[in-house]
Design a protein around this ligand. Structure first.
Ligand code: NI
Length: 166
């Protein structure tokens, strides 16, 4: 277990499409541990492998609040297999610290993935969990949240963040 540096926009590795995990080994299990440590330390509610420089389809999510027990979800090769409705809410990203935007996403999603033991599982998510899963899965395809904004809004947002990060 170790803390990793979170890559910050406009780092190019955030824009790469991540590879499917073919074999779950110690390296992938350690990656899951490192992702969770780094996410909790940030703190954040989700973190995808490309955000720590590993372009593989692995991510972690935990939307529990302080009062609740940690409910860590570890997803390998996640895929959205069904979705419905829409929701719109303010969204941020650990790779674009300090900036937020209103983003429209699916209200409900079904996600299929593999766990660290290689077993398939399915999550039926809605509201915040559905939003975080969509955001993190986007990271695996090199998509950042502002890509979901309308053209003009997106251009303005990029101008703003480019002043800070470039
Ligand atoms: Ni993010």
């Amino acid at each position: 277990m170790s803390l990793k540096d979170i890559l910050i926009y406009p780092e190019k590795r955030l824009r790469k499409k991540s590879q499917t995990v073919e074999k779950i080994n110690k390296k992938i299990q350690k990656l899951l541990d490192d992702l969770a440590d780094t996410m909790y330390n940030a703190p954040g509610v989700g973190l995808a492998a490309p955000q720590i420089g590993e372009n593989v389809r692995v991510l972690v999510v935990d939307i529990s609040t302080k009062e609740e027990e940690n409910s860590l979800m570890e997803l390998i090769n996640p895929a959205i297999t069904d979705s419905s409705g829409t929701q719109s809410s303010e969204e941020g990203c650990l790779s674009i610290p300090g900036y937020y935007g209103n983003i429209t996403r699916k209200k409900k999603v079904t996600v299929e993935a593999v766990n660290r033991d290689g077993e398939k599982f399915k999550i039926e998510a809605e509201d915040i969990l559905a939003r975080v899963l969509q955001h993190e899965i986007d990271h695996l395809d090199g998509i950042l949240f502002f890509d979901k904004m309308a053209k003009l809004k997106k251009e303005l947002f990029i101008k703003k963040i480019d002043k800070t990060f470039r």
